[in-house]
Design a binder for this molecule. Structure first.
Ligand SMILES: Cc1cc2nc3c(=O)[nH]c(=O)nc-3n(C[C@H](O)[C@H](O)[C@H](O)COP(=O)(O)O)c2cc1C
Length: 439
């Protein structure tokens, strides 16, 4: 029998109208209300997932390209994931919920207090996905910093937050009704965190935790990002090509970073973003893969709209059968997104825009490691193989937090993973830390 792995869900386009243009809308998709998300969260919990991570992009992006972002709702609007978190926690009993917070956006005291309150309210089930995106911080009235400085700021932020969470010493909370003695003020430490970015005094006006701190999730894959994960995280939300050697290497970098920070090798679970397309039969796998080689105009248009939003550059008005002139990408466009558009092509002169988009539409069989289309058994084989051959900790499924998407991924896969001993059968208690660290 295989060993257990950890699974989570990345609500990858965040708390917004991500179903726009999708048939979900045919039956009243009310994205601003909690019901659909709560139903989905309960299903993730019944499936035995450890946590859901809620993406966030607090900014609508560059002022010149607002229309590209909102026209088809690819880049916004987006509501606050921390507000949604309370509703998801209220609807579940075991699932961890980790909203995304930019360490430049919330002051450490506010964050420590808010997350402490949610952690207590939920039976210790809160996490925080700490991100360092720089452009969006212009909305917060904080100094603009570089990529690496944003990590230094996040590192300070988290150290200040943790100092506040631990500003109540053992025995500080008395809570003895026989004497009406609630707390011992002599055991509350007047902490003072003085760094380059923050100067914060404690103690925190919230009681200490009984089942560990809120879990820290981190997604950055640069050397700074991995060092941050090693020093602070419980989960590294890893984005990497799902090849055995790449997964092994990525995981080892996180382990090395944890050890370098003085933490145990197993302190961080590295969970890889995974978007399989699960279909009913092997014939269906063939059909879906073959159809993807000749995408319909609608598929091409949808990919163009999504790429235009990500790149904050209008690709929809460019001629499809000519190469893209890379000078159209302004300074505001992330190099990562430009590389993403190129995919496996070396440069923009080697392909027309249509070829770039058609390559994005292309799918492959998961059992040949050529893509992610497979039956539930084939997807389970893939998951099992990564556990056995790359010592992988687990995967984070990525998609909308919508019952249709959740069913599509999990209905057939969950029983197969359970039967093979890869997915938990029950929760052991201990909140989000228990979910992540009990095996
Ligand atoms: C899988 C994944 C998820 C991310 N989710 C978010 C997010 O929800 N919000 C955000 O502002 N940035 C998000 N980021 C961006 C990271 O926080 C970070 O800014 C970016 O990856 C650059 O850091 P790096 O160079 O260390 O990778 C995400 C990155 C990855 C790889």
């Amino acid at each position: 029998m295989s060993r257990l792995q950890h699974f989570g869900w990345f609500f990858s386009r965040g708390f917004g109208p991500q179903g726009w243009g999708h048939p979900y809308f045919d039956w009243g998709y009310r994205w601003t209300e909690p019901a659909l998300y709560q139903q989905s969260a309960r299903e993730l919990e019944q499936a035995g997932l450890d946590l859901v991570i809620i993406e966030d992009g607090p900014s609508l992006g560059s002022p010149e390209t607002l229309d590209l972002r909102v026209r088809e709702a690819y880049g916004g609007p987006k509501h606050d994931p921390v507000a949604l978190t309370s509703f998801l926690l209220a609807a579940t009993s075991h699932l961890g919920v980790a909203p995304t917070v930019n360490a430049g956006a919330w002051g450490p005291y506010l964050a420590a207090r808010h997350f402490a309150s949610l952690h207590h309210l939920s039976g210790h089930r809160v996490g925080v996905n700490v991100v360092t995106d720089v452009p969006s911080t212009r909305h917060y009235g904080v100094p603009r910093v570089t990529h690496d400085q944003a990590y230094d700021r996040a590192d300070e932020w988290l150290r200040a937050v943790r100092e506040l969470w631990h500003s109540w010493d053992d025995g500080a909370l008395v809570a003895d009704p026989s004497t009406w003695h609630y707390a011992d003020g002599s055991k509350l430490r007047r902490t003072r965190f003085e760094g380059e970015y923050f100067d914060v005094e404690g103690p925190l006006n919230a009681i200490p935790f009984t089942d560990g701190d809120p879990a820290v999730v981190s997604p950055g894959g640069s050397p700074k990002g991995i060092a941050f994960a090693g020093a602070h995280s419980d989960v590294q939300l890893a984005l990497a090509p799902l090849q055995l050697e790449r997964v092994r290497t990525y995981r080892q970098r996180v382990i090395d970073a944890a050890v370098a920070a003085g933490r145990p090798a197993g302190a961080v679970k590295t969970l890889f973003v995974f978007k399989p397309e699960i279909v009913a039969s092997d014939e269906e796998v063939e059909r879906v893969v073959r159809a993807s080689f000749d995408p319909t105009d609608d598929v091409v248009a949808a990919i163009l709209a999504g790429q235009s939003s990500d790149l904050e550059t209008d690709l929809t008005s460019l001629p499809l059968d000519r190469p893209v002139d890379p000078s159209i990408f302004g300074e505001h466009v992330s190099q990562g997104s430009i590389k993403g558009l190129l995919g496996t092509f070396d440069d923009f002169s080697s392909a027309t825009l249509r070829e770039l988009i058609v390559a994005k539409a292309r799918k492959g069989r998961i059992d040949e490691h050529a893509g992610f289309v497979g039956t539930a058994e084939q997807v389970a084989d893939f998951i099992e193989e990564f556990g056995e051959e790359a010592d992988n900790d687990g995967f984070i499924f990525s998609g909308d937090l919508h019952p249709v998407t959740v069913h599509r991924y999990l209905d057939e896969l969950v029983p197969v993973l359970r039967r093979r001993g890869i997915l938990r059968r029950e929760f052991g208690g201990g909140g989000i830390q228990g979910n992540l660290h009990e095996f």
